[in-house]
Design a protein around this ligand. Structure first.
Ligand code: ADP
Ligand code: MG
Length: 685
């Protein structure tokens, strides 16, 4: 994924130092034996270079200590004193324990307690001088539970651990803070001189050199040093990524010849005539951009962003037709089987009357009632076709011959690596990536910095309004009354719960349990169940029933979040809405409001805190996906916004996509300069 390209960027940047001492394994350092090396490896610290970039979790100002008498409850502080008493208490047959010592500093006494960690007794002795960092649990007596501690030793190393700002590192079991700090203190002066400027000649006068940044990261004079050091290292991380992204794009532009896929309207004209609606201005504008790319000299790399319901599917269809008219095959990839199945049905309905074949290829459905996609015969097929699938499409070995265009729907569920792999199936096919998640700019530059952007900024007309309400759980009876009335009028409803099955604590409602209840309560209304653990056939059956209107209420997890399109569904009830991100809720409610009738989204949530209520109110107030996504990014961070590991986001050690937007823009501009210079003087790259 991106990281691979980052690596290659680093390699290129330091190519003139083939075997940097920073690449030496930590075990080569004096004082690091196999056991310590194994512990460091658990922290991801394998080389000397890794060690130098081990970021302190926090810093402790050991120039001043708080007197124990002055410690305040709820306020984190470090106390310094001597152990005057200590002991281990066991109960419940020895299965439970507390270890406790009392620290005395002349002003007062501090009790430090550890629950069920009996081995702690081996680390301390009466008379030891100890630093304890934590928050007071109680005042009488003054008590800290599970404080971070460090025994003060008079071994000539006190200048490392005392009377200064000291780094506190993330640790792993068995690895002492003090030992790691001493190691860095020794290793730093020996090795920091090997830290080269990754992009020599690049001016960053407001920031320290990389070597200095690393020095200050570990042993700063003041906390302002740390902030500058972090900024510098964050810039380097952004630069690495931006150079990799832009280099990939430039390489493509230099090497790849585009397949002529602009088409001749032969299929497009009858398609649009039979469609039943006219394209919006925004759809037409975007299609013009796409056609320009498909007829250009370089393969298209385009991101199509459009809010839920803006009509991306028909844009995908028109783009596919352009390539098909030009005699090339097209692949369309969706993140879930449900969505792939739905696209398959839609495109078959649209394309088969035009004489164009559509095939389905997902993990579960290569065979069965759907036509098999014959592996070898694609190349010999006389007329081009469209293949719809999930990532099974990229996992298997099918050679998609004469592949002209790859379309990826709902990209945020795919990693960058998957995207690249699918594209590499052909010889530089065009790529269209579609997403409904409005991506804040900092994330966009990181994930899609190599793609051109098209935006559908207009919804099709003739849609009924969508209203959103936030309610607490005691209003549920009223909500259900409302839903029954809507169903009596012929509408359909989604009901969303956060869990598939009830967990031990049973605090969150689960679809399986609620479905059983609702089936009984709502009879004769038909209630369907949909969640990710169902088999493909079961999913297909219930979706088919819902689409056909035989099932009126669909009880589901957030699997329906992407793409499901049933215009007659106008009500959505989401329980435990506080469990979801705002962008995800926005996606979910995008399943309704697709037809001419008025739609209602009811968010039932625990509104005990003002904060939770205010967060959800954003959805009552606005339909602006960008505002919602920015809010989510601010409140929950990028991983949550994009869906954790699936996000394809590189893991930064120093950079922060929420706070460092300006730094990222700067890195983007600098990356352009770096690559321009590499072109001017190729050997230098
Ligand atoms: P999304 O952008 O969320 O993928 P879809 O492509 O699923 O949205 O479109 C939502 C619905 O709107 C579909 O039923 C589609 O047929 C319909 N639609 C798309 N474009 C138009 C249009 N120009 N006029 C009317 N309806 C449209
Ligand atoms: Mg869609």
């Amino acid at each position: 994924m991106v990281q691979i390209n980052q690596k290659s960027a680093i390699t290129t940047a330091v190519a003139n130092i083939p075997t940097s001492p920073l690449a030496a394994p930590v075990a080569s350092l004096r004082g690091v034996g196999p056991e310590r090396a194994a512990q460091l490896a658990r922290l991801g610290l394998n080389t000397v270079g890794d060690l130098l970039l081990h970021r302190p979790r926090r810093y402790e100002d050991r120039r001043h200590f708080k007197a124990i008498a002055e410690l305040q409850p709820g306020e984190a502080a470090t106390a310094r004193g001597r152990i005057v008493a200590l002991g281990l208490k066991r109960w419940r047959g020895g299965s439970k324990s507390t270890f406790e010592f009392i620290l005395e500093d002349g002003t007062g006494r501090l009790h430090c307690r550890w629950w069920n960690l009996p081995f702690m007794q081996h680390y301390f002795q009466s008379g030891d001088e100890v630093l304890a960092y934590g928050k007071l649990e109680s005042l009488r007596p003054r008590t800290m539970d599970h404080p971070e501690t460090e025994v003060v030793e008079t071994d000539g190393e006190s200048l490392i651990h005392l009377n200064r700002l000291v780094p506190i590192y993330p640790l792993t079991e068995g690895l002492p803070q003090r030992w790691l700090r001493s190691l860095l203190w020794r290793v730093l002066p020996q090795h920091v001189s090997h830290v080269a400027e990754p992009w020599p000649g690049l001016a960053t006068p407001d920031l320290p050199s990389r070597a200095n940044a690393i020095r200050r990261l570990h042993f700063p004079e003041e906390l302002t040093d740390v902030a500058l050091a972090r900024r510098r290292l964050a810039l380097d991380e952004f630069l690495e990524l931006q150079v990799a992204i832009q280099r990939r794009r430039r390489r493509l532009q230099a090497n790849a010849r585009a397949l002529p896929c602009a088409g001749d309207n032969r299929l497009m004209r009858p398609f649009l005539k039979r469609l039943g609606f006219t394209l919006t201005g925004a759809q037409t504008k975007v299609l013009r951009e796409i056609r320009h790319d498909l007829g250009g000299t370089q393969p298209m790399r385009r991101l199509l962003q459009g809010d839920v319901g803006s009509g991306k599917t028909v844009v995908a269809a028109c783009s596919a037709l352009m390539a098909l008219e030009s005699g090339f095959n097209v692949a369309l990839m969706a993140p879930t089987e449900i969505l792939a199945g739905q696209h398959f049905d839609t495109f078959r309905r649209w394309f088969e009357p035009l004489g164009t074949q559509v095939h389905l290829r997902t993990g579960a459905r290569k065979t069965g009632d759907r036509p098999e996609f014959p592996d070898a015969s694609l190349a010999t097929r006389p007329s081009p076709l469209l293949v719809v699938g999930t990532h099974a499409l990229i996992e298997d070995t099918v050679a998609l011959d004469r592949l002209g265009l790859v379309i990826i729907d709902e990209q945020h569920k795919f990693g960058v690596a998957q995207r690249e792999r699918l594209v590499r199936k052909g010889s530089y096919p065009h790529l269209l990536v579609m997403t409904a998640t409005p991506i804040p700019r900092s994330l966009g530059l990181t994930l899609y910095g190599d793609l051109d952007l098209s935006v559908i900024d207009e919804l099709p007309r003739g849609r009924g309004p969508l209203k959103t309400f936030v309610r607490s759980a005691d209003k549920l009876p009223k909500v259900w009354e409302f839903i029954r009335r809507q169903i009596a009028q012929g509408r359909q409803a989604y009901v969303v719960y956060p869990r598939v099955e009830e967990t031990d604590r049973g605090q969150l409602k689960a679809v399986t349990v609620e479905w059983e209840k609702l089936r009984r309560q709502l009879a004769p209304i038909q209630v369907g169940l949909l969640h990710g653990r169902l088999g493909a056939d079961a999913k297909e059956a219930v979706m088919g029933g819902f689409r056909a209107g035989k099932v009126q209420v669909l009880v589901a997890t957030s699997v329906i979040e992407v793409g499901v399109d049933v215009a007659n569904a106008t009500v959505m009830l989401i329980e435990h809405a506080e469990q979801f991100g705002l962008a995800q809720l926005h996606q979910l409610r995008g399943r309704i409001g697709r037809g001419a009738h008025e739609s209602h989204c009811i968010l039932v949530a625990d509104l005990k805190t003002e904060e939770a209520a205010a967060r959800l109110r954003v959805l009552e107030e606005t339909h602006d996906g960008f505002r919602i996504a920015e809010e989510d990014l601010r409140l929950r961070g990028p991983g949550e916004l994009l869906g954790q590991q699936q996000s394809g986001l590189p893991s930064f050690r120093f950079a922060d996509l929420v706070a460092d937007g300006a730094l990222l823009e700067r890195a983007r501009a600098m990356a352009g300069e770096i690559l321009d210079r590499a072109v001017a003087a190729p050997q230098a790259g």
